[in-house]
Write a protein that binds this ligand. Sequence first.
Ligand code: ADP
Length: 285
Amino acid sequence: SVVVVGSVNCDITVVTDELPEPGQTVTGRSVTLAQGGKGANQAIAAARAGAAVTLIGAVGDDDFAEVPVGALRDAGIDVDSLRRTTGPTGLATVTVAASGENSIVVIPGANAHLTELRRSELDAVATADVLSLQLEIPMSGVLAAAEHAHAHGTTVVLNPSPVTELPSSLLEVVDILVVNRGEAARLAVETLPPRMVVVTTLGSDGVRVIHAASDTDASIAAPAVDTVDTTGAGDVFAGTLCARLPDGLVDAVAFANAAAALSTTRPGAGSSAPSAQDVSVITHR
Ligand code: ADP
């Protein structure tokens, strides 16, 4: 089973002809409300890939909470342990212009409450096979989850996004780091301890997995697909990888690579994650 400790957002996306200038009002073309947050996106991807998934995170007491909670429940994710806090749900308001330019405001909201883990949340981490982490909740919460997982033999997978310097206490307990090109450069992954598996996603070039301790260095090309929207491809990759780790590292990476590529053929972020069945069709053709 997979436990995700991470962010849960409601994304409000507005499409306009042009981004409004300061002080300007423009008429938009469309608006959508959707589940978002890297934690929720990766949890949904892991569930679609066939894992039993629990999400530990927080939503607020506003009407926006039901958007991600409903989507998570529909994906079959255990949301009983989600905290319901006083105040706003994490929210991203995204304005997209016809040119493709965007401007985004993020309200951390309830996600900011995850500064530590409660007893029951720690217990869920300890009994899972895999812990999935990202960096849209406070670092102290990430660290608490990772250290507890490490102490109980749960495999720790970290997708350090949005990227920031990682405390050495965190690097000591991460088993698998999942980074894109920008994150790999920023974190100087070639200098990380040989014990750690580093999985670098390379967009349309696929993925490379390096584990110095076991002499593993494998590159896997991305399948050729008709890409329409790469938003959230990294989240689909990381969530799917966590779900498929029981298959073995390189097979799991290959499966996640196919799932992420397939997700780019559909619009949306977490909601564009394919089912395990759809992925096996592409990996076997
Ligand atoms: P991020 O979304 O975090 O920037 P990448 O751009 O590296 O991460 O994409 C993550 C994964 O999604 C890639 O490893 C690949 O499997 C898949 N992917 C992304 N873009 C494409 C593309 N244009 N064609 C095929 N697969 C893609």
